[in-house]
Design a protein. Structure first.
Length: 189
């Protein structure tokens, strides 16, 4: 059985997960080919070795280019504030393997559920502000691609430090962890 363990001593995020997979051997060209099946346009990805606090790793960059409003792309994303339905459609209409589609949608569904709970609305009405941008779709779906590519059957992770203080986001200043993050940490995965 193949497993992966994330040591979350400094937190965890989609770009950190994707970077760890590239660092573990996921070929960036393979990742680009797979992500192209989403039919998303207006972004590029690259990877570089970085050193933070004396620890080496790989940073995956998702660079968003400005979209032409008259683009003839399959999907038009002029706004990074997509709702769950829009993200679900992008993933489901892709040419990716059905397991990748299913898991990618399931992750965004969980995010929609916690955002809906925090904002007291239905998951269908949730607009993904911080997580709705193309880069988050790439991070999340890219990580699912890596999990399937490596044949990982179980995922383990250390306790996640929640931090303290305050953070600024689209809705204002919130305590750390932000309400949606706190809700997500309560969920069983």
């Amino acid at each position: 059985m193949k497993i992966v363990y994330f040591d979350c001593f400094s937190g965890i995020s989609g770009d950190m997960i994707l970077g760890a997979f590239v660092d573990a051997g996921l070929d960036i060209n393979f990742l680009q080919e797979q992500l192209a099946q989403l039919h998303l346009h207006g972004y590029e990805i690259s990877a570089e070795k970085v050193k933070r606090a004396g620890i080496c790793g790989t940073k995956v960059h998702v660079i968003i280019s400005h979209m032409d409003k008259h683009s003839h792309s399959t999907h038009r994303h002029h706004d990074s504030h997509l709702n769950f339905s829009g993200i679900k459609t992008i993933i489901e209409n892709s040419n990716l393997h059905h397991d990748i589609k299913y898991d990618g949608v399931r992750i965004f569904q969980r995010l929609a559920e916690v955002e809906a709970k925090v904002h007291n609305i239905s998951p269908e009405k949730v607009h993904f502000h911080e997580v709705g941008a193309i880069d988050s779709i790439v991070d999340i779906v890219g990580s699912v691609i890596a999990i399937k590519h490596f044949g990982i059957e179980k995922i383990y992770f250390s306790p996640i430090p929640t931090g303290h203080g305050y953070t600024k986001c689209e809705h204002g200043t919130f305590p750390v962890p932000a309400p949606a993050t706190a809700e997500l940490l309560k969920m069983q995965l």
